[in-house]
Design a protein around this ligand. Structure first.
Ligand code: C2O
Ligand code: CU
Ligand code: CU
Length: 528
């Protein structure tokens, strides 16, 4: 059963041409004229030269609990509003877990039973989704696992996946963008024997550093600005991304530096922004090594000078330093592979300095950079005749449909490996993410991607009006009533319905399960 509807075959191309003709004609026709140019010019953003990197980088608290009596490691999380000072002398109302902004880093190990406690002291219902985690869908913290204000949610699962850098964030349908933008987001570090032996730096906060990259807009009084697209309906097609900020926070620190004390540091990069794509690198093209993508370590760390990171994506890079060296982590204009004028409005011409890394006068020795990581995940083996599903991302819909909490869009047999072809059918930025599974990128626009973009991944940028071909390996955790999600990780698009739901069921049950779900409610874990 092809997921794609036959009548949609020619549509994306037509839209592509319309968009390629440009918002310019549209804008002129609608009387935008000069205003449009003003907006266009104003949307090239940069903070280069404006920062002095005076603030020490904040390092989120690490929760690394011992197993409790019942064998599970307990992570206590309380989500609550608070007040932050990002800009000198200005107070910002924010949300966070166990603090006013962001959330602790959770350290877990493959094989560990884990049991977070999520206390919702926010003024609204929310959820907490463990992005990239392989776990039963009822524990996933997606839109079906709502936690009402003042409620406590206690999911439980056993970690069973390779070492990786994951993250967690709210996922209430329709408000994910706001909840994340207000500040609820944290990292998860999964360790295993392979990462233990890898020789990669691993002392949290010393040579193993989380970096949560986010862009914000602030009002003059310091409060967060939630204003979205400024161009109005006429140009919605070229400016649909929602929140794109002109001020960058790294771990909730504006204008940050980090004191490097070792010859090598491992940076765990998370793009925790609502819509912004970063193109990371150093002026002067200092080389760094990519050691891991979203769902695990790479067999061979790859030397790079630039790395694109789309919303929801993570990467682990290793950077080497000489004594006294200063290196500036910068986001260069990302190659979004979208046309004029969308590129400008989607942040494609923006440059931001992110973090100054300052190496001390003498550096403690680090292990040599590994050339191979033995035991790192192998490529996903393809079955002889894999099933292929196609998904077309256009506007805020997937395959011409908007998210419906009660509709099951796909049913997948447990443990299957399938080909998922994701087509970006319009000219703007989309980012594909699916829950509870790991994929390799086989092809981008018919060509093999560079080795470092193959994965293992759970989130991928959709470049150009083209098709990304994925080999997806599904987990074996089944549930006939609670779905996983796939969606665009541009949070405005996700909240507007660019999301679908799939069940993972025992093989042979695909056609027997109901494709209509109960009214959304609290499923999974225990609540009180
Ligand atoms: Cu990071 Cu479904 O989300
Ligand atoms: Cu996710
Ligand atoms: Cu999108």
């Amino acid at each position: 059963m092809p997921a794609r509807r036959p009548d949609s075959a020619g549509r994306p191309t037509r839209r592509r041409i319309l968009l390629a003709a440009g918002g310019v004609a549209l804008a002129a026709g609608a009387g935008w004229g000069g205003n449009w140019l003003v907006a266009y010019n104003r949307h090239e953003r940069s903070n280069v030269g404006e920062l002095d990197f005076r603030n020490p980088l904040r390092i989120p608290e690490l929760l690394d609990p011992q197993a409790s009596d019942d064998g599970a490691r307990r992570y206590e999380l309380e989500l609550a509003p608070g007040t932050s000072e990002f800009l000198p002398g200005k107070k910002t109302a924010t949300w966070g877990a166990n603090g006013p902004y962001l959330a602790p880093t959770l350290r877990m190990r493959d094989g560990d039973p884990v049991a977070p406690t999520v206390r919702n002291k926010l003024p609204e219902p929310t959820t907490l989704h463990w992005h990239g985690m392989h776990l039963p869908p009822a524990m996933d913290g997606g839109p079906h696992q709502m936690v009402a204000a003042d409620e406590v949610w206690r999911p439980r699962w056993t970690v069973h996946q390779p070492a990786s850098t994951l993250w967690y964030h709210p996922h209430p349908h329709g408000s994910t963008g706001h909840h994340v933008y207000r500040g609820v987001a944290g990292m998860i570090i999964v360790d295993d024997e392979v990462s233990d032996r890898s020789g990669l730096p691993s002392t949290y906060g010393v040579d193993d550093i989380p970096l949560v990259l986010q862009d914000k807009n602030f009002h003059d009084d310091g409060s967060l600005d939630f204003t979205e697209s400024t161009l109005g309906d006429t140009l919605a097609a070229v400016d649909s991304l929602g929140l794109l900020g002109d001020t960058i926070l790294v771990n909730g620190t504006h204008n940050p530096h980090f004191e490097v004390t070792t010859e090598r540091v491992r940076l765990r990069l998370l793009n925790g922004s609502n819509a912004r794509v970063y193109e990371l690198g150093f002026p002067g093209d200092k080389t760094f090594h990519l050691a891991a993508t979203e769902n695990g370590l790479l067999k061979r760390p790859r030397p790079l000078t630039r790395l694109r990171l789309a919303p929801g994506e993570r990467a682990e890079i290793v950077v080497s330093f000489t004594a006294g060296e200063k290196a500036l982590l910068r986001s260069f204009p990302p190659d979004l592979k979208v046309g004029f004028p969308t590129r400008r409005f989607a942040g494609g011409d923006d440059t931001f300095d992110l973090l100054e890394l300052r190496a001390g006068r003498s550096l403690r020795p680090s292990s040599p950079l590994p050339t191979r990581i033995d035991g790192a995940p192998a490529d996903i083996p393809l079955p002889a005749d894999p099933r292929t599903r196609r998904f077309t991302f256009v506007g805020t819909q997937v395959n011409d449909r908007s998210m419906d909490m009660r509709r099951v869009d796909d049913v997948v047999p447990a443990g299957a490996t399938e080909i998922w072809e994701i087509e970006r059918g319009d000219g703007t930025v989309h980012v594909f993410h699916l829950h509870g599974a790991t994929f390799n990128v086989l092809e981008v626009d018919g060509e093999k991607p560079p080795a470092h973009m193959r994965g293992p991944k759970d989130t991928v940028y959709l470049p150009g009006t083209t098709t990304v071909r994925l080999a997806v390996r599904f987990d074996t955790l089944t549930d006939e009533r609670v779905p996983y999600m796939y969606h665009c990780h541009v949070l405005r698009h996700e909240d507007d319905g660019m999301m679908g739901q799939f069940l993972v069921v025992a093989p042979g049950r695909e056609d027997k399960v109901s494709r209509t779900l109960d009214a959304p409610g609290a499923h999974g874990g225990s609540h009180h």
